[in-house]
Design a protein around this ligand. Structure first.
Ligand SMILES: Cc1cc2nc3c(=O)[nH]c(=O)nc-3n(C[C@H](O)[C@H](O)[C@H](O)COP(=O)(O)OP(=O)(O)OC[C@H]3O[C@@H](n4cnc5c(N)ncnc54)[C@H](O)[C@@H]3O)c2cc1C
Length: 374
């Protein structure tokens, strides 16, 4: 023991896993591991590059121009909602706001696509019949929706207050002495020779899990994964449209926060050359106008705040989870792209089962799908 690196570790700094980052990935995985009785320490660099704090937290089952429904959607939604209601009970605070999405058709072609989709049972339960142009204005307090081709509702979703959730979970982890501030660099992690890692006086017997969002893509041991980081912005505005009973969606979205406050998003910058979090005034103006553009009546929208972050997107739009094929003491939990709230809760259970019980990960999430040697 004298010559072992463990000799210098105090027992209270010995854990099973070291988790790098407390965005949604690190937060949900920390929960799943603690529930399995594992000892963990989360190291977070004060959320300096957290996409999770920028995200609108939308949980929308049917997304994109193609009205896409991901395989297993009902299970992912059920798992996410069950986690959020458990956290709400535990913290005594509202975190999830269920609210339908009003999808406004951009064209006749899109309406035809919806008819095709609605013929399938899994879609049919989530989508309402069409509402004719001009027929839903009664809910808009004297304003008029710009819905020349009509609209319909997508049920089953809502939005999560992620900054609040992360703050509450941070405090909860702190109470359990399971989080500390720091920035972990790959070269500082030392293999202990028996499957664990050593970092800054900590020893994690079963290794370190990278939950560092898009920065995993610039961490050399994970650079073989087909990352496609995408910078994005959202804004909050104060508007003369007091409220609405649905989120609005047409080439972007707007979420009613109540009392004339709206969140509008989001922008997409692929191959962005700047991954800093300096907001762009031009993009804020674009999003403010987008909010106004949902209505035919002229509405005021005053910019209140703006947030910017980088989505950890990947080529095949599926999470990347698992253990490094050559460095078995290093693990990755990420690649959630634009859907951290959708993937995170369910995948954290899969990842914890893999780490603790060796239960194979679903092949579509297993990071080995991209490994061709290095
Ligand atoms: C504009 C925008 C809108 C979005 N809207 C939605 C939405 O509506 N719904 C949805 O589900 N998703 C949305 N997303 C995507 C969502 O934000 C991501 O999928 C999710 O937050 C990724 O979580 P993560 O924990 O993997 O990464 P992050 O949230 O980036 O967390 C990584 C954490 O690790 C920390 N860290 C990084 N490096 C280190 C280090 N070396 N040492 C210690 N700590 C480190 C960071 O500071 C951060 O706290 C949006 C993203 C953006 C940018």
């Amino acid at each position: 023991m004298e010559n072992s690196p463990h000799a210098i570790i105090s027992p209270e700094k010995e854990v099973d896993f070291l988790i790098i980052g407390q965005g949604v990935a690190g937060t949900f995985l920390a929960r799943a591991l603690l529930e399995r009785g594992r000892r963990i320490i989360v190291i977070d660099d004060a959320q300096r590059s957290s996409a999770s704090r920028v995200a609108a937290g939308l949980l929308n089952p049917v997304t994109g121009m193609r009205l896409h429904l991901t395989k297993g959607t009902s299970e992912f939604l059920a798992c996410a909602k069950s986690l959020f209601s458990r956290l709400e009970r535990e913290h005594g605070q509202t975190l999830f706001t269920p609210i339908p999405v009003r999808r406004i058709y951009v064209s006749v072609k899109e309406r035809e696509l919806k008819v095709l989709r609605a013929a399938k049972p899994d879609y049919a339960t989530l989508m309402s019949a069409d509402d004719a142009p001009g027929s839903v204005n009664a809910a808009l307090h004297g304003n008029t929706l710009d819905d020349a081709h009509g609209s319909f509702l997508i049920h089953g979703g809502g939005w999560v207050d992620l900054p609040r959730l992360l703050d509450l979970e941070h405090a909860w982890l702190r109470q359990h002495s399971a989080i500390t501030e720091g920035a972990v660099q790959l070269e500082e992690l030392r293999h202990d020779g028996s499957g664990g890692v050593l970092w800054n006086g900590w020893c994690a017997r079963y290794g370190a899990v990278f939950c560092n969002g898009y920065k995993a893509g610039i961490t050399p041991c994970w650079d073989w994964i087909p990352w496609r980081p995408a910078r994005g912005e959202i804004v909050d505005c104060e508007s003369t449209v007091a409220d609405a009973p649905w989120m609005l969606n047409r080439n972007g979205w707007a979420v009613p926060l109540g009392n004339g406050h709206w969140r509008s998003g989001s922008t997409w910058e692929w191959n962005a050359t700047r991954f800093d979090d300096a907001p762009s005034p031009a993009l804020a103006e674009q999003l403010r106008k987008r909010l106004q553009g949902f209505f035919k009546t002229p509405v005021d929208a005053r910019l209140v705040s703006q947030r910017t972050g980088v989505r950890p997107c990947v080529l095949d739009n599926q999470p990347f989870c698992g253990t490094h094929p050559q460095l078995p003491w290093l693990h990755l939990f990420g690649g959630f792209g634009p859907k951290g709230v959708f993937w995170g809760p369910s995948c954290s259970n899969d990842m914890a089962a893999w780490l603790c019980e060796g239960k194979p990960l679903p092949a579509r999430f297993d990071l080995r799908r991209a490994w061709h040697g290095k």
